[in-house]
Write a protein that binds this ligand. Structure first.
Ligand code: PRX
Length: 675
């Protein structure tokens, strides 16, 4: 077999006037600075960069050094001359409908206060927001932030459901140079508290409540608990009151509607703060193998250039078209492709509050039809959920506006891909990236390639990424067909994380140490075929992927360990048809006899699940809790999670002869039989 190169598949684009993807890729690697200088022309610079790349201190890379720009200006103001009356956002909520507004009467009042442009239907509520209206709202929001003492460099935690005010909050932070950190709504108080502490947040922005599948989620209460648990308390909690759940205001609470009225009456305009390209724009915490979540830090200029370029080269999205990334804003996909990239590119972005199958499994397609969505992006789990429903919903709406459907975040299985192809008849494209990179590492490129993508492969390396499959031990490139670690040669291209918040050491040790600071390790195993297509084979670490959401098993173990009767525990992810993976817990009690009694075992199980949900949110809920008498360990005392996982999935464990406690294997097997 040939040693691999960074060549990637040629394509069928025979138009000699336009470059092929191969040309683009090669120039991004071999004429790196020229390539990115050209891409930088896609955005507005208040001051042009003096240097395209400073790679004098790798693995730290600085892009567009000395350039000054503003993300919010590029997302909003810049489009006003040409597209003031074009929709910037179409917000849809299938959680709020006509009927519900009768139950929660405060909702209608809240909408009236904030925006009259709302349409209620029997199955959803819709709000349209032009670029002009967005400009105004973002200015009001920025004015509110400034009045409340938030300025350049301050950290602001945003803990909100999928509502437009969350988008204003993010963009307003970007406008004034404040650093936002959005926390996923499915996370609980403990998660909030660690982020408040690590980021030393000055403000938290939240809502009274959210709705998920009709169930009310008390955001405000979770924030109160988070503030209580945090060592670093925010000065202010800004509350967008949606009129869903009455709450008792705390002394640090500030009502957004009251503040906004003041800014609106004053017609507030806040000048964008021009930031040097490498200053931080936002933090997004993500799970790693060890310790607290890492604050992935993104810059300003590189981020704007990378996302604008990706909207063109990867997604083939054009100004005026409609893009719908079905993702929570608390995840990287929501940041990059619900908020920033569509706006940077002058597109209309759909923001959806709701589930894929409520009020019926046709809701996605009804939204596509009614809003002429051109490009869709989501994680495979949502699609698998639809696959289990009445399939006639797949053909009730006209989805001919769709050009492409992108999927990422977890493996796309063949049957789901085929199922979508059958009904939609557009390219169903798997692609691969990470919170850390902020935009695709591997993808297909419909703008350039007309050749068929390969089933099971998220594609080939995108421009700017010198991606290889490397031998974990030697660091040498693997031959085609040979499994190794997916790595990217430093420097990472613009838009990727620049460091871990206030922890350069962790940035290096988490991502670059393995290959001598020369390569970024994705922590994913992969293989490349003879034609340069990559295949992802799973994580190398103890990170699991539940419904496209990344969770560190250690965080779940920590939550379980708070139980007073716990001696030790191990959490592993097992395969699940719907959600990709599910966490299951193996708990060794101080007194194993406790589980002899079925009722007592049930009580313990519920308490353990409760501790996880309370600490980390429902997303981390263990699907099963087992009580072995011991866990298999190496001689150095390390719990062998891989062996436990193999046992849980009924797979061979490999050679266990070097175990410190070989009988633990039987103990784990027995615990599953007891269940
Ligand atoms: O293990 C890979 C998996 O999800 C991880 C990144 O998750 P997150 O940081 O939440 O970012 C998601 C952004 C789309 C990766 O390390 N992953 C992501 N995409 C794919 C995937 N696994 C298989 N196939 C994919 N297309």
């Amino acid at each position: 077999m040939n040693k691999q190169t960074t060549e990637h598949p040629s394509n069928d684009n025979t138009d000699s006037a336009s470059p092929t993807f191969a040309d683009i890729y090669q120039s991004s690697i071999h004429d790196r600075e020229q390539f990115w200088a050209k891409q930088a022309e896609r955005i507005y610079w208040h001051k042009q960069p003096e240097q395209i790349l400073d790679d004098s201190n790798l693995p730290f890379a600085k892009w567009f050094v000395g350039g000054e720009t503003n993300l919010c200006y590029n997302c909003v103001d810049r489009h006003l001359p040409e597209r003031a009356e074009q929709d910037a956002f179409i917000w849809l909520s299938s959680e709020i409908n006509q009927e519900l507004t009768e139950t929660f009467t405060g909702i209608t009042d809240a909408f009236k206060e904030l925006d009259n442009n709302v349409e209620f239907y029997t199955d959803y509520t819709k709000r349209r927001l032009t670029y002009n209206a967005l400009y105004k709202e973002v200015n009001y929001f920025a004015d509110v932030l400034q009045r409340r003492g938030v300025g350049k460099g301050d950290r602001v935690i945003i803990y909100m459901p999928m509502i437009l005010e969350a988008a204003y909050a993010m963009l307003a932070c970007a406008r004034i140079g404040a650093i936002h950190s959005v926390v996923f709504g499915g996370f609980a108080a403990h998660n909030l508290a660690i982020r408040m502490d690590d980021a030393e947040a000055k403000m938290v922005i939240t809502v009274d409540a959210g709705l998920r599948g009709g169930k009310v989620i008390n955001y405000k209460n979770l924030v109160n608990q988070g503030v209580e648990q945090a060592t670093n308390k925010p000065e202010t909690v800004l509350v967008v009151n949606r009129g869903i759940l009455p709450f008792k205001a705390q002394t640090i609470d500030v009502d957004y509607a009251t503040e906004r009225r003041q800014s609106c009456d004053a017609n507030a305009v806040v000048e964008p703060v021009w930031l040097e390209s490498n200053e931080p724009s936002y933090l997004l915490y993500t799970s790693g193998t060890t310790g607290t979540p890492k604050g992935v830090q993104r810059d300003v200029g590189g981020h704007a250039v990378a996302l604008t370029t990706s909207m063109d080269y990867v997604y083939n999205g054009k100004a005026g078209e409609t893009f719908w990334a079905i993702s929570d804003i608390g995840w990287a996909v929501g940041h990059s492709y619900t908020i920033y990239a569509p706006l940077l590119a002058g597109m209309t972005s759909v923001m959806y509050e709701g589930l894929p199958h409520r009020p019926n499994p046709g809701i996605w397609w009804r939204i596509v039809e009614a809003n002429k969505v051109n490009i869709l992006f989501t994680a495979p789990t949502g699609v698998r959920m639809l696959k289990k429903q009445d399939e006639t919903w797949m053909t009730r709406y006209d989805v001919s506006s769709l050009k492409t459907f992108f999927l990422a975040g977890e493996p796309l299985d063949e049957s789901t891909a085929n199922w979508l192809t059958k009904y939609l008849g557009v390219p169903i494209l798997d692609h691969y990236w990470q919170t850390e990179t902020g935009w695709p590492i591997l993808s297909n490129t419909p703008k350039f390639d007309h050749k068929a993508h390969k089933q099971g492969s998220p594609g080939y390396p995108m421009y700017g990424y010198e991606a290889h499959v490397l031998n974990e031990e030697t660091g040498e490139p693997c031959a085609a067909g040979e499994k190794g670690l997916l790595a990217i040669k430093a420097p990472l291209p613009p838009g990727c994380l620049t460091t871990v918040w206030r922890n350069d050491e962790r940035f290096m040790s988490s991502y670059f140490k393995l290959f001598d600071n020369k390569q970024y390790s994705t922590s994913d195993y992969a293989v490349m075929d003879e034609e340069g297509y990559f295949y992802i084979l799973g994580r190398t670490d103890d990170v699991i992927n539940v419904a496209g959401h990344r969770l560190g098993t250690q965080e779940i173990e920590e939550a379980i360990s708070t139980h007073p009767e716990m001696a030790e525990c191990a959490v592993v992810g097992i395969k699940d048809e719907l959600k990709g993976e599910l966490p299951i817990a193996f708990c060794v009690l101080r007194d194993h006899a406790q589980v002899a009694d079925t009722e007592n075992r049930f009580r313990l199980e519920q308490q353990i699940i409760g501790a996880v949900v309370k600490s980390l949110g429902g997303i981390a809920r263990p699907a099963a809790v087992y009580f072995p008498q011991a866990l298999p360990k190496t001689r150095s005392g390390k719990i062998l999670r891989r062996a436990i996982r193999a046992l849980a999935e009924n797979q061979p464990t490999g050679d266990m002869s070097t175990l410190d406690n070989p009988t633990a294997i039987d103990a784990v097997k027995q615990s599953m039989k007891d269940y």
